[in-house]
Design a protein around this ligand. Structure first.
Ligand SMILES: *Cc1c(COP(=O)(O)O)cnc(C)c1O
Length: 374
């Protein structure tokens, strides 16, 4: 048994012991056919999570954190003379824009308020204003705020304009149910340390195979993370182009077994209950969240710092941390916020235990409860 830690940060998430232990395997060279088969099965499982038909969609694995698959999509999917439209209402799409800037990918950025779901009318306008947009990009849940974006509606508009639709679903996939085709996505992505409750170091995207094949002739803005090259290499050899994260892949295989045993709907229900317990605990202590609950994806609560002279996030964090609970700083310019998240192999019971410690942490630095806002 490994000591259990409750991670309330937005990934890496708390994992089960069986997933941790699945990494302890005999040494194997990843160029062996046996390992290729492990990756193939993993890819099939990941397709299944988003209900992607294997005749139509492919899963492409990469060794790296989630940002690498954002980079893969941004640098691989824009045809010559065309651009990507970023619908930006949060820090994760800002990151994708920075990637486009750094790698010289032509783009247009539609900046929208960060505290409300992307406005469909503005997306329509942006698409109509520029005939060179070939790909629309959005983040499903902006993890900095917990904001949920209407991917299905935006995907419909993108398709009506003949554009491909790419969504960063890194902080929703395998938690909030996604159906790639019904949700009008051509590409979505995630990372093993988030929804599937596995280890860091493996990321993946799921995309339309015909689009991946078409992208072979597109300008290649990155070498390591090019989608077509990674796809083609695996198709021909059953191997990742470069060294895969071997042990992490065994853990991911175990995590998928546990995902399918729990089931899509039951898992989502568990996350929802966990988040309901977080909302209740915060509200009982008088904390205000940044967004109304109905704007949230149901996985991240962004909480405003209270107006108490004794409030000190670092001290609260440290008090909780040494007692096995990790909370996370916010990611909103200007506003003082912190985050409590419902990812990972945790339940409402863990949240109840957390709030006992959290309340103690507040008392320890003499923050008045219920907390006050001016
Ligand atoms: C976690 C996350 C990422 C990836 O972050 P990495 O640190 O590179 O793994 C990307 N997008 C969203 C929305 C995320 O929540």
């Amino acid at each position: 048994m490994v000591e259990r830690k409750i991670l309330l940060n937005p990934g890496p998430a708390t994992t089960t012991d069986t997933v941790k232990m699945a990494q302890v395997v005999p040494d194997i060279c990843p160029r062996e056919a046996e390992f290729g088969q492990v990756m193939r099965e993993l890819g099939e499982g990941l397709l299944h999570i988003v209900h992607a038909a294997p005749e139509k969609y492919s899963c492409v694995l990469f060794c790296g954190s989630g940002t690498l698959v954002i980079e893969a999509c941004v640098t691989s999917l824009v045809p010559a003379g065309k651009k990507m439209l970023f619908i930006n209402n949060g820090s994760y799409t800002s990151r994708a824009v920075e990637i486009a800037e750094a790698c010289g990918v032509p783009y247009l950025e539609l900046r929208l308020p960060i505290d409300e779901p992307a406005d469909i009318g503005r997306v329509k306008q942006a698409l109509e204003s520029d005939k060179d947009i070939a790909v629309v990009y959005i983040t499903h849940q902006e993890t900095g705020t917990g904001l949920l974006n209407p991917i299905r509606e935006i995907g419909r508009i993108a398709h009506a304009h003949g554009a491909w639709m790419v969504a960063d679903t890194i902080s929703t996939l395998a938690m909030r149910p996604i159906d790639i085709e019904r949700d009008n996505l051509d590409f979505c992505m995630s990372s093993a340390q988030k929804g599937i409750q596995a280890m860091t170091g493996l990321s993946f995207l799921i995309g339309r195979t015909d689009c991946i094949k078409a992208s072979q002739v597109f300008p290649c803005h990155s070498y390591y993370s090019n989608i077509y090259l990674q796809y083609d290499s695996f198709e021909r050899s059953g191997q990742m182009r470069f060294t895969p994260p071997v042990q992490v892949i065994y853990a991911a295989r175990q995590a998928l077994k546990e995902y399918f045993a729990e089931g899509e709907n039951d898992k989502w229900r568990r996350h929802q209950k966990t988040m309901a317990a977080i909302h209740a605990g915060l509200s009982e202590l008088g904390f205000h969240e940044v967004l109304p609950h109905d704007y949230q994806a149901g996985l991240v609560a962004a909480v405003l710092y209270p107006d108490d002279p004794n409030w000190d996030f670092a001290q609260v964090h440290d008090y909780c941390y040494v007692r096995g609970f990790t909370i996370y700083p916010g990611k909103m310019q200007q506003l003082g916020t912190f985050r409590i998240c419902a990812l990972g192999a945790i339940t409402t019971r863990d949240i109840r235990d957390f709030f006992v410690i959290f309340r103690e942490a507040l008392a320890n630095i003499s923050v008045t409860v219920p907390v006050k806002y001016e």
